[in-house]
Design a protein around this ligand. Structure first.
Ligand code: TIU
Length: 234
């Protein structure tokens, strides 16, 4: 059994099922001025800190041939999948569907909705558009994970306490073994990121595990990866 050094204790890698990397909402809407994060009054610049680390993890997972899922938060142009409660929340001058600095805010297909170029999905990786904060709500993510016998998830992206944590809790309730990557997730609020990391791994890992990118890559390098052993493309 190979494991990753993690908190609150070692995270055991699967022997016959699959491990996947989930990258949550690394889209311009949250990362750049003129998008949704900015419209909500946040300092979007702070999220840039994780881009090199997340890229390193992404490349490590690609080298092993692990399944990779990217999500983007966004709505249909007619807002039919956006509850009025979500649209009106925040009371900012701009909200979902309004014209922002990168097209219509949080609308699928608009420039702001695209993943930042450094982390853009490669062919063969799955893009999941999602209307909610959690990646399981009104998406086909669970069906896709089941179809590939995926039981273990490395969870990354932005923002830690909103879409990342919501997704991890949804996954945990569905029985997935989840590891949140400490230096590949970021928040507009450092104290919220810290609190999230602590709350997911408290009580014996009530929501799952946390570890750094270095710890994960070290563990993965020693792992007899079933995907690779089975001859999956790398
Ligand atoms: N506002 C905020 O922190 N996050 C979101 O609205 N969505 C995601 O976390 N992706």
């Amino acid at each position: 059994m190979t494991s990753i050094t993690a908190q609150p204790y070692e995270y055991e890698l699967p022997e016959s099922s699959q491990l996947a990397l989930i990258v949550i909402d690394m889209q311009r809407d949250f990362m750049e001025p003129g998008g949704f994060g900015d419209a909500l009054g946040n300092d979007v610049q702070r999220l840039q800190a994780i881009v090199p680390t997340l890229k390193q993890l992404l490349e490590g997972c690609r080298a092993l041939g692990l399944p990779i899922f990217h999500t983007v938060e966004g709505h249909q142009p007619d807002l039919s999948d956006c509850p009025p409660a979500k649209r009106l929340r925040g009371r900012g001058s701009l909200t979902i569907g309004d014209q922002g600095g990168m097209g219509r805010i949080l609308i699928l297909g608009e420039p702001g909705n695209s993943i930042i170029p450094e982390l853009a999905p490669l062919p063969g990786e799955t893009l999941i558009p999602k209307p909610g904060k959690g990646a399981f709500y009104n998406t086909n993510l669970e069906a896709l994970l089941k179809a590939q016998n995926i039981t273990h998830l490395l969870i990354t992206g932005v923002t830690t306490e909103v879409c990342v944590q919501t997704t991890m809790r949804e996954a945990n309730d569905r029985g997935y073994e989840c590891l949140m990557v400490e230096d590949a997730t970021e928040s507009y609020f450092p104290e919220f990121k810290q609190a999230t990391l602590e709350m997911v791994r408290a009580q014996g890992g009530i929501v799952g595990w946390t570890a750094t990118t270095e710890q994960i890559l070290q563990g993965l390098n020693q792992w007899k990866c079933p995907q690779v052993a089975a001859g999956s493309p790398s």
